[in-house]
Design a protein. Structure first.
Lengths: 179, 175
């Protein structure tokens, strides 16, 4: 599977995200979602889960669901209806982001790249956009499931980040966004 | 019959203080003196209603502990911080706002990591993310233990939420 993303994100990482998303949402939905390619980042009225992978590489994965998709997929996930405005919706979306990121981390580990996962952060609202500083680059990936559209955005640094540049101790460890 | 202890673990005060001081120092180095802060007990006390228009900086620390730090800025405070940070006006709607708040989160987390390392707590920081929107809420998965801090400054109020996961195999016990 080839992607012309023109970023510091290797195609193999993007492929892993597609496989992780397909496996996770597919197992919940009963039907694998279709990957509809990359596009420009855009606002979302819905709910987004953000998980970071930190270790021998450093990435960030955002999983965003418009309101209708969130309600439909939460129902499949939990087995009962979950109100969009409820705290339980945060639990579901956080868990979905966690599972997808965990799958990606496991695939990275089989290639010798070990990472830890952060706690998911979940944001809900109107016209939500998850942004990163200009020092980072991202790929915004669109999926269509039987519950509706959703997106996954992977982000990393444009250049390797050194600990001392981030204000930490000077052990010189370089954390790279490459794989 | 034994009764299970269901008390939720709390975040170690000295470590929360390190994060709070990192936020305060980073903000004051950008916007000047006059910042005050206090702990909030509830989300309502922290920031009242949803951020009608706001940005939230999100960054994580992973290592000896697994913490999530979120800093929420209403529009007015975000624009004032961005102006002081970059030296020119940045509108709330522009993508440069993500750049400014993201870099703030980055610098703050770097400071926090250094303060924690001085206390023999070794962590790596994640990449920053910035959530911008209207009626924005930050939800917390599974009601994890958290510390809430409200800040008041001459350029506006903002808040921080520090969330901790304690169930991490191989992690140091810091509670």
């Amino acid at each position: 599977m080839e992607h012309e993303n023109g970023s510091a994100l290797p195609n193999s990482l993007i492929d892993s995200v597609v496989v992780a998303a397909s496996a996770t949402v597919g197992s919940i939905s009963g039907t694998e979602p279709v990957y509809n390619g990359t596009r420009e980042d855009s606002d979302l009225s819905g709910i987004v889960g953000v998980v970071s992978l930190i270790g021998q590489g450093i990435w960030q994965i955002s999983v965003g669901f418009p309101k209708e998709t969130a309600v439909a997929i939460a129902m499949k996930f939990a087995g009962f209806e979950i109100a969009y405005e409820s705290d339980d919706m945060g639990d579901v979306v956080g868990e979905l982001a966690n599972i997808i990121a965990g799958d990606v981390a496991a695939r990275l580990e089989t290639s010798g790249v070990k990472t830890d996962l952060s706690i998911p952060a979940v944001a809900r609202g109107d016209d939500i956009k998850i942004m990163q500083p200009n020092s980072m680059c991202s790929v915004y990936m669109l999926f269509r499931s039987s519950e509706g559209e959703f997106y996954i955005k992977i982000s990393t640094t444009r250049e390797p980040r050194k600990r001392e540049e981030a204000g930490k101790g000077s052990n010189g460890q370089v954390i790279r966004g490459t794989w | 019959m034994t009764v299970a202890n269901t008390k939720k673990p709390t975040l170690p005060e000295h470590l929360v203080n390190s994060i709070t001081e990192a936020i305060a120092t980073t903000f004051e180095s950008t916007c000047g003196d006059g910042l005050t802060h206090k702990r909030a007990e509830t989300e309502d006390e922290l920031h009242g209603e949803k951020l009608s228009d706001g940005v939230v900086g999100i960054i994580s620390l992973v290592g000896d502990l697994n913490w999530l730090i979120m800093t929420g800025f209403p529009k007015k405070t975000a624009e004032a911080l961005a102006l002081k940070f970059v030296g020119f006006e940045i509108t709330f709607e522009s993508d440069d706002m993500g750049d400014a708040i993201g870099e703030f989160a980055n610098i703050m987390a770097g400071d926090a990591c250094a303060r924690l390392e001085m206390q023999d707590v070794k962590v790596d920081m994640s990449l920053p993310a910035v959530a911008r929107g209207s009626q924005i809420e930050l939800l917390q998965q599974y009601k994890l233990p958290s510390a809430l801090v409200r800040f008041e400054s001459p350029v506006g109020a903002f808040w921080a939420k520090i969330v901790a996961a304690f169930e991490m195999p191989g992690r140091k016990s810091l509670s």
